[in-house]
Design a binder for this molecule. Structure first.
Ligand code: FMN
Length: 312
């Protein structure tokens, strides 16, 4: 399981836990890193001091590498970007924008920079900006998404750039990891399955909703606003899609999702909240510790890569 990414990030296994807003806090990130993957803290729109505290809590729990995911559209992005340097965070992944203006500062601090992209053009642009790798995320993923599927995106980005590519979207077992590696990826980023782990602090209702979900149970809202989001179908997605079909304004639509992820993650309101999860939720059948999940993924991948099929 040694790849360019395990070498670059100094981790044991090429498995990264997605920097998920509200979900990816220190218990989860530390557990993933301690188990040999790369745990990420999801900074999203969180207050700056919360991010600093999270970083320190991860460090209290593990001496292994970890990272922070920054949403570049967040009003506090500039300040969080500085915290990365002050706290000497080993890895930063970025979403919703171009991290160019922070690149020199992060590079000088020795931080590895990995933007999340959903197209070949964006991957090439990030490589030109000096990114160390990219996460290529397919439309199967939970949360904010692009148009291309993982299957078509990975090989095209792999051919277009010379930095290593990390595959995300629709991966939850060894078959997914082996397939991603075959497509040319050097690691995978997993979100949905890490939401359902013992260390994940999300409300039990959220975990149960993922465990119960079938292949067709996710819906994409926000296509008309240009900000598509994948979440499990519930009353919120039903109301949203109805309004969207009726041509509601972006402001009206936003009212439905405002604070929706928090509602689902913290309050356990899986009816009116936004239960962000990917299409692969249907494959998530048990809640394991991060250590157990990573060991299972590694064993399955290893078996497949050696040419035997452990699923038969
Ligand atoms: C609940 C949830 C919240 C997410 N929030 C973020 C985020 O804040 N920033 C980000 O870059 N990706 C976010 N993602 C995407 C994940 O980091 C990851 O790339 C994705 O979940 C991988 O696909 P999968 O869900 O099929 O495993 C989120 C995903 C989920 C499920």
């Amino acid at each position: 399981m040694k790849t360019e990414i395990t070498d670059l990030l100094k981790i044991k296994y090429p498995i990264i836990q997605g920097g998920m807003a509200w979900v990816a806090e220190y218990h989860l990130a530390a557990a993933v890193s301690e188990a040999g993957g790369l745990g990420l803290i999801g900074a999203a729109n969180a207050p700056v001091e919360w991010v600093r505290e999270q970083i320190r809590e991860v460090r209290r729990r593990t001496d292994k590498p970890f990272g922070v995911n920054i949403m570049l559209m967040s009003p506090s992005a500039d300040e969080v970007a500085k915290i990365i340097v002050e706290e000497q965070v080993p890895v930063v992944t970025t979403g919703a924008g171009n991290p160019e203006k922070y690149m020199t500062m992060w590079k000088e601090a020795g931080t590895k920079v990995i933007p999340v992209v959903a197209s070949v053009a964006m991957a090439k642009r990030m490589e030109r900006c000096g990114a160390d790798a990219v996460v290529a995320e397919g439309t199967e993923a939970g949360g904010h998404i692009g148009e291309n599927t993982t299957m078509v995106l990975i090989p095209q980005i792999v051919d277009a750039v010379s930095i290593p590519v990390i595959a995300a979207g629709g991966i939850a077992d060894g078959r997914g990891i082996a397939a991603a590696l075959m497509l040319g990826a050097k690691a995978v980023q997993i979100g949905t399955h890490f939401v359902v782990t013992k260390e994940s602090q999300v409300h039990d209702n959220y975990k149960k909703a993922i465990l119960k979900a079938k292949d067709i149970d996710s819906k994409v809202t926000g296509r008309t606003t240009g900000h598509p989001v994948r979440a499990l179908r519930n009353q919120m997605t039903k109301d949203y899609l109805k309004l969207e079909n009726e041509g509601a304004s972006p402001e009206e639509l936003e009212m439905l999702t405002l604070g929706g992820l928090r509602k689902a993650v913290v309050d356990g309101d899986v009816v009116h909240g936004s239960v962000m999860a990917g299409q692969i939720a249907g494959l998530v059948k048990e809640e394991l510790t991060c250590q157990e999940l990573i060991q299972k993924l590694v064993k399955e991948t290893d078996t497949l890569m050696r040419g035997t099929n452990c699923y038969e």
